[in-house]
Design a protein around this ligand. Structure first.
Ligand code: G4P
Length: 530
């Protein structure tokens, strides 16, 4: 096997998804500790005071005095090379968050044991399902009062429509939390509330039928556990790696990230069950990193440099195959030109650094002189294939944009287009009029503030945003449809995107159904194509 395929096989590239406060940051930090990437245990401080638009990642970075924007953390654990993708789940929830999932090969879903499935998890989960990537569940905060375990699993199955397979099973919760029962090993991993700051805190295990178990478990707890094990063995889905691979079955683990319980066990199982970089769809068929020798990558995120003086940008790419060499030339498919991939950067857990080499599965940031768009393919292959585009996700908040000083039209157009290209906002126009009126759509309302702030600071343009009542947007899949003859509901609005493609906005969800009923053959989609 070649060195390149060896390197790619070691890669595990995944995103951690959760609702704010479920424990994503804490869990990530514990992963980094186990990988030896950081050696200072202790929770990431300053979150409560953190201003919006600052991701937890930035907090971690600030804490450790490293540079501010990042997209991925890379570290080694055993024989694996792990890439964790940042999906900010807080107030700065935006389309970027969704797009990041396009670059991942699997997802870890963190759920707060006292809350079950929450809104943001649901949204991110939808994208994972759309991509059929494996999803692993870590039910966190077992050291606090938790929902009934069966109810929690039921909640995941019903809310998210995915089967679950508990790999371990909790014994009590909150003050009565005693640990987890490993269903394969038939062993109990005992919980001690003393491991907060440890890295490789020794794990104490005991077989469930060992007489010493009674020292740790009350008789009722033991009875309950034995009863639940029996019930589980009869009722729950059996582990099936192929179903996991297709994203139809989620292996479930229980633990407590804060007290460092169950985290390493989870990491070890997860790394074995998840996948190394897989083939990706292109217009010339699937490109398999195990057989494709040439370098190929696609852009999934573009970020303008925070430095106002240089309006340069970084294009973040997911490498799909081959080996990357700093400064190499490659072909930019959409631009139809050869490009030099310069100033490659990668976020290692401890620092942002220039890199020399990277492999399929890795994420790199490349200096972008303004030529790349989200979804673009770059490759050294003579075959000139393009990876499947990245879907445009449905914004849920809309506003009409008005300029305060109409003289600054040029700067306004330039700025708003730039910000839209980065994917923070989407811009639309009235269906029947020209460029005069701009409607902006965002996934998270914070993006409205970001837009205002950036236009003022970076382009000297002040705007007024007039919020619109629409909450649902649908792309029209059969574009040949005659828009003038389309009959909708009174709360429907016709708009178009910058490429002139028609879309519909609705205030109520039921209007979508009604519009579909009134227009035979009409096909609407929640996702657009970039
Ligand atoms: P997030 O990134 O998903 O938003 O969550 P984060 O890790 O920041 O955790 C949110 C809060 O939950 C933090 O407390 C964190 O310490 C706590 N937490 C995380 N995992 C566990 C756990 O297993 N058990 C318990 N009991 N708490 C947990 P905070 O008070 O909001 O912040 P901080 O001051 O501790 O940083």
């Amino acid at each position: 096997m070649s060195k390149i395929t060896d390197e790619i096989k070691k890669r595990r590239t995944f995103a951690i998804i959760s609702h704010p406060d479920a424990g994503k940051t804490t869990l990530t930090e514990k992963f980094l500790l186990y990988g030896g990437a950081i050696n200072q245990a202790g929770s990431v401080k300053g979150k409560a005071t953190a201003k919006h638009a600052v991701s937890d990642w930035m907090e971690i970075e600030k804490e450790r005095g490293i540079s501010v924007t990042s997209s991925v953390l890379q570290f080694n654990y055993g024989r694996y090379c792990i890439n964790i993708l940042d999906t900010p789940g807080h107030q700065d929830f935006s389309e970027d968050t969704y797009r990041t999932l396009m670059a991942a090969d699997s997802a870890v879903m963190v759920i707060d044991a006292s809350k079950g499935v929450e809104a943001q998890t649901r949204k991110l989960f939808k994208v994972c399902v759309m991509r059929h990537i494996p999803i692993f569940t870590f039910i966190n905060k077992m050291d606090r009062e938790a929902m009934d375990t069966f109810e929690l699993l039921d909640d995941i199955e019903k809310e998210l429509g995915i089967a679950t397979c508990p790999v371990n099973w909790p014994i009590g919760s909150g003050k009565a939390f005693r640990g987890v029962y490993d269903r394969n090993e038939e062993e109990i991993e005992l919980f001690f509330d003393t491991k907060k700051g440890t890295t490789t805190g020794e794990v104490k295990k005991i077989r469930v039928d060992h007489p010493d178990v009674d020292q740790y478990l009350d008789p009722e707890q033991k009875d309950q556990l034995l009863g639940e094990i029996e019930l589980l063995d009869g009722a729950s889905a059996t582990f099936d790696q192929e179903m996991v691979d297709r994203g139809e079955l989620s292996p479930v683990f229980f633990g407590s990230a804060l007290t460092n319980f169950g985290v390493e066990t989870f990491l070890q199982h997860f790394l074995k069950m998840t996948t190394s970089p897989l083939p990706r769809h292109s217009d010339k068929g699937d490109i398999d990193p195990m057989t494709e020798k040439d370098f190929s990558a696609f852009v999934f995120k573009i970020q303008a440099n925070m430095n106002k003086a240089h309006r340069d940008r970084i294009a973040f790419m997911r490498i799909c195959s081959g080996e990357f060499d700093a400064g190499m030339d490659a072909f930019h498919i959409q631009g139809g030109k050869k490009v030099r991939l310069s100033q490659p950067q990668q976020m290692m857990a401890s620092e942002r650094k220039m890199i020399e080499k990277a492999y399929g599965g890795d994420i790199i940031g490349i200096f972008d002189p303004g030529i790349f768009s989200i979804g673009d393919t770059i490759t050294t292959s003579q075959e000139r294939y393009a990876y499947e585009g990245i879907p445009t996700f449905a914004p849920e908040h809309f506003a009409r944009v008005r300029q305060v000083d109409t003289m600054k039209r040029k700067q306004f157009i330039k700025g708003i287009n730039q910000i839209a290209q980065e994917g923070a906002i989407q811009i639309f126009q009235e269906f029947n009029t020209g460029m005069e009126e701009i409607i902006v759509g965002v996934v998270g309302v914070l993006q409205f503030d970001v837009l205002k702030y950036r236009l003022k600071n970076e382009y000297g343009v002040e705007i007024i945003l007039e919020t619109l009542p629409y909450e649902y947007i649908r792309w029209i899949e059969n574009e040949e449809i005659d828009m003038d003859r389309l009959t909708g509901t009174s709360d429907m609005k016709k708009i178009k995107d910058l490429k002139g493609r028609p879309l519909l906005l609705f205030v109520h969800e039921w209007s979508i159904r009604m519009t579909l009923e009134r227009n035979e053959g009409l096909r609407l989609s929640e996702f657009g194509r970039s």
